[in-house]
Write a protein that binds this ligand. Sequence first.
Ligand SMILES: NC(=O)c1ccc[n+]([C@@H]2O[C@H](COP(=O)([O-])OP(=O)(O)OC[C@H]3O[C@@H](n4cnc5c(N)ncnc54)[C@H](O)[C@@H]3O)[C@@H](O)[C@H]2O)c1
Length: 106
Amino acid sequence: MRLLVTGGAGFIGSHFIGSFLSENPDAEAVNVDSLTYASIFKPDFERQFGRRYSFLRADIIDSEKMAAACRDADLVINFAAETHVDNSIATRCASQGQTSLALPPS
Ligand SMILES: NC(=O)c1ccc[n+]([C@@H]2O[C@H](COP(=O)([O-])OP(=O)(O)OC[C@H]3O[C@@H](n4cnc5c(N)ncnc54)[C@H](O)[C@@H]3O)[C@@H](O)[C@H]2O)c1
């Protein structure tokens, strides 16, 4: 199984990827994250999981990049979010739906 995980450099996403790849030795995960101030990127995933882990720096509203990234994925799990409430109010993220995952029509 090949997962595409958005927000995988954040708290929940990084723990999810680590647990998922540890418990499923045949699985692969692609982490798509724009690396905002909130990310806690875990560079050791490459060393820990080798080719089963890959990282793509991208914004989830970039539909072209998301379409390409999703092409080979069996499942997409969206953890990308503006999670700091004050920032989500102050920026256009919350008001304009900027954290909705952009996917092509199926
Ligand atoms: N932390 C918790 O205890 C908790 C509990 C329940 C639910 N959740 C939910 O889980 C999700 C993730 O929470 P978290 O605590 O891991 O947040 P986090 O702030 O630690 O991580 C969010 C990640 O999303 C990335 N990101 C933000 N906007 C992006 C964009 N437009 N494109 C690509 N990447 C983007 C950031 O760079 C960051 O790495 C949220 O929806 C949150 O509400 C969290």
